[in-house]
Design a binder for this molecule. Sequence first.
Ligand code: ADP
Length: 465
Amino acid sequence: MSSKRPTDLRHTLAFRLTLWYAAIFTLSSILAFFFFYFLVTTVMEEQTDRELLNQVGKFSTLLRTEGLEAVKSVAVAESRAGGVKKTFFRLLYRDGRVFSSTNMSYWQALGVNLNAIEEILKGTPHFYETISIPDRREKVRVLYSVIGRGMVLQIGQAMELQSQFIEAFKRIFIITMSILLLASAAIGWFMARRALSGVEAVTSTARRISKDDLETRVPVNRRGDEIAQLATTFNQMLDRIEKLVTGMKEMSDNIAHDLRSPITRIRGIAEVTMTTGTSLEDYESMAASIIEECDRLLDMINTMLVISEVEAGVETTSVEDLDLCRLVEDACELLQPIAEDKNVILRTDISGSCPYRGDIRKLQRMIANLIDNAIKYTATGGSVTAAVTCAGGSATIRISDTGIGIPSDDLPHIFERFYRGDRSRSERGIGLGLSLARAVARSHGGDITVTSRPGEGSTFIVTLR
Ligand code: ADP
């Protein structure tokens, strides 16, 4: 995977977001403009139509009351008053021939629509049409209507206002759209950069981490948005990676340190026997010592493997229904000879059963480690008690002893791998028993706590859910 920045701007997400934003914004603006344009032109057209219709009403009444001549002279007067370039009136026969008209010098290209006459003679009250005339900027709205005695009135009115409006609209549209396009691109770019700045922070942190800086964290904004969630999740992942890497480092340091002693011992035994050994017994004793040391080594390696396996959450296949009371009783029975050898009283405080579902082998090791420790760190004449209580879906195993206790300085460290208390060095052990016990408890959704008073004893409490 390359850690290089994308050099081509067109391939960035910010660029694509900006394009989308600008495109959607521009499209919406165009739609809004056209809607407005349609609305205004429709209103203007309706206004013109109303004016034309008023004229028709006026001429129908005039024809009825004062006759054709009056219609003709009023039409001429109206056309002059309104401007001969703006309005015209034509009286037509039913077959479309012109009976009389106002000054048509500006309207020569405008003929008579026979279809329109046919339509109104069939019964359609009025017939409107909008016509473009060559060499004239504005269009003309024309109305045909029957005004009595078989006479058809054709009125035309130049749509001057509309054409002025369209011209102005076009100008405003082009200028506004250019500004809007630039503004939307700028706003889009700003918003995309702002929204993605959190992602850039994650990327640059990831880049720094790949250069061996595991302590860096992504700043989390206070808005709690998706970017904040991404940053929080990323930081949580980093916490876990850092913990794992530190754990692995500690573990490899410990392994190197703790393997060195038995191997040095094995080498020493062999060397001494080689230089001073004379009899077969000497060599037999060397072999026995080496086997013992190797067993310790194997035990240590196996325990470390189990701890790693449990901590890594490797899916265990041996989960089954079991009885924790039975498990603790069996462990006590197994360790009873060791307690007796040391003259330590090992007793149980268990009644009934405690059904639980878990990995029986690992739970057995956990319980055995805790009871074994309790016997180990209790002087002759002392006692160890193992108790189990089962309540509301969770179980508690309590191992208490009247032993040497744990100094408060040691308490925070006793669950660490290879940690051994100073006063425990004389006892057998490799410092992995409690690490394994805690890993097993946690892998079963529980934990271990300890209370202890130096010189009086300790109590280890395992809770399992
Ligand atoms: P070890 O092999 O030394 O017993 P553990 O991991 O089992 O290793 O225990 C770590 C340390 O915790 C021991 O070295 C000892 O100092 C202390 N410890 C554990 N259990 C007890 C106990 N029941 N009483 C006193 N100290 C204990």
